[in-house]
Design a protein around this ligand. Sequence first.
Ligand SMILES: C[S@@+](CC[C@H](N)C(=O)[O-])C[C@H]1O[C@@H](n2cnc3c(N)ncnc32)[C@H](O)[C@@H]1O
Length: 239
Amino acid sequence: MMARGPGKPAARQLKTRVKTARRRSSSSTRWLQRQLNDPYVARARKEGYKSRAAFKLIELNQKYKLLKPGMRVVDLGCAPGGWLQVAVHLTGSSPGDPRIVGMDYLETEPVPGAIILQKDFTSDDAPEALITALKGKKADLVLSDMAAPTTGHKATDHIRIMALVEMAADFAMDVLERDGTFVAKVFQGGTEAGLLARLKTEFTRTFHAKPPASRKDSAETYLIARGLRDRVTDPGTHA
Ligand SMILES: C[S@@+](CC[C@H](N)C(=O)[O-])C[C@H]1O[C@@H](n2cnc3c(N)ncnc32)[C@H](O)[C@@H]1O
């Protein structure tokens, strides 16, 4: 049975639900139809993944061998936890020695073998919280599947998306081991030339990849930067 909001009579609730359903009709019906007919949604349910997004990481990993046993991984924008499940499984991270750290401002149900921090990645103390969770050690892989909520205003959305990717890239370059990898969701035509140029100088190989699980009609794609070059590190930062 559906939980009722505090103090709201049942008849009123039902009316509101029907009204909302009517108002959202075409786009939400399309969404529902797509969900119901999406083979990845069915597979996720069948195989016990918390999201269909899990298959994007599985497919990227099949092609580019991103995840290996023993790796330390940071997963930015981890809710509801599909990528965490994949990362835990493929690295062999365990509750006794967790090497996967995820962050999201939304709540993420626990994933055994992963440390989950509920925090906005853009907040000042987010990088430090992640580094503390990594126990001061560097990561081998930084993943970002973050997407800022869209406003509908193209230019604003573009700036917000780019700001998130740039922050994730800066963070990755600080916490990655030499030779480490950074993977981030970006939107086609949206990766700023400046960021790409910078990544190309910091990493040995930078390219875009769109896994089959990423919907064809979506502009999302993944930016992969591999082989972080040696950097001169500030002696004041973590080891
Ligand atoms: C597409 S979902 C990630 C799905 C996830 N990879 C999975 O497999 O379950 C994107 C997530 O990014 C999170 N996100 C967006 N901006 C964020 C921010 N500034 N800080 C933390 N999380 C953020 C959202 O809350 C959302 O849960």
